[in-house]
Design a protein around this ligand. Sequence first.
Ligand SMILES: CC(C)(COP(=O)(O)OP(=O)(O)OC[C@H]1O[C@@H](n2cnc3c(N)ncnc32)[C@H](O)[C@@H]1OP(=O)(O)O)[C@@H](O)C(=O)NCCC(=O)NCCS
Length: 172
Amino acid sequence: MNVVIETDRLLLRTFTEDDAPLLYELNLDPEVTRYTLDPMTDIDHARKVLVEVILPQYALYNHGRWAVHLKPGLEFIGWSGLKYIHERNETDLGYRLIKKFWGKGYATESAYSCVQYGFKKLNIRQIIGRALPGNVDSIRVLEKCGMRSVGEEYIDGLLHKTYQAINPAVHQ
Ligand SMILES: CC(C)(COP(=O)(O)OP(=O)(O)OC[C@H]1O[C@@H](n2cnc3c(N)ncnc32)[C@H](O)[C@@H]1OP(=O)(O)O)[C@@H](O)C(=O)NCCC(=O)NCCS
């Protein structure tokens, strides 16, 4: 297990291709993909997302979406992490947990640690977070991570609320 971040209750590690079943099961729950609108069709689909989207980010940018495990038993609870979006030249904060792990502060604990890692270890200048207006739990996570609202914008034809955190240690 290649652990990247450790918090009080969680470990964040890099995904591997072998995690396709975990990723598929996470996305099987329609409540989990209700606002992300990206259900997976089968394990091969999950493997394709890992190989083509998630894993390349680690090599290219030294960050990415990381698998989140609960200490001390190391149960997989979802993912959290940063993603560089080339078309917009920005680093995006994202998170997604299995439903039984919602409402325990794990999303915020993992997401906050990713923001701090991005700022302190990677010297990223600013991190963006986006959520559909109805995804109030996600918006709360962004706010609890210290991000501030910078307005609304259409992404892929859907209105999103956009949040931003600026690295206090990096001069703009
Ligand atoms: C978005 C998502 C990750 C939010 O998860 P969450 O569990 O609601 O978020 P948090 O980790 O902040 O936990 C929330 C609650 O846990 C509670 N909690 C319980 N124990 C806690 C503890 N020890 N520490 C902190 N909070 C705790 C808090 O009261 C908090 O609620 P509050 O903010 O109203 O006070 C989750 O709904 C999800 O996975 N959704 C599907 C995927 C998705 O939509 N992702 C975002 C796309 S933009």
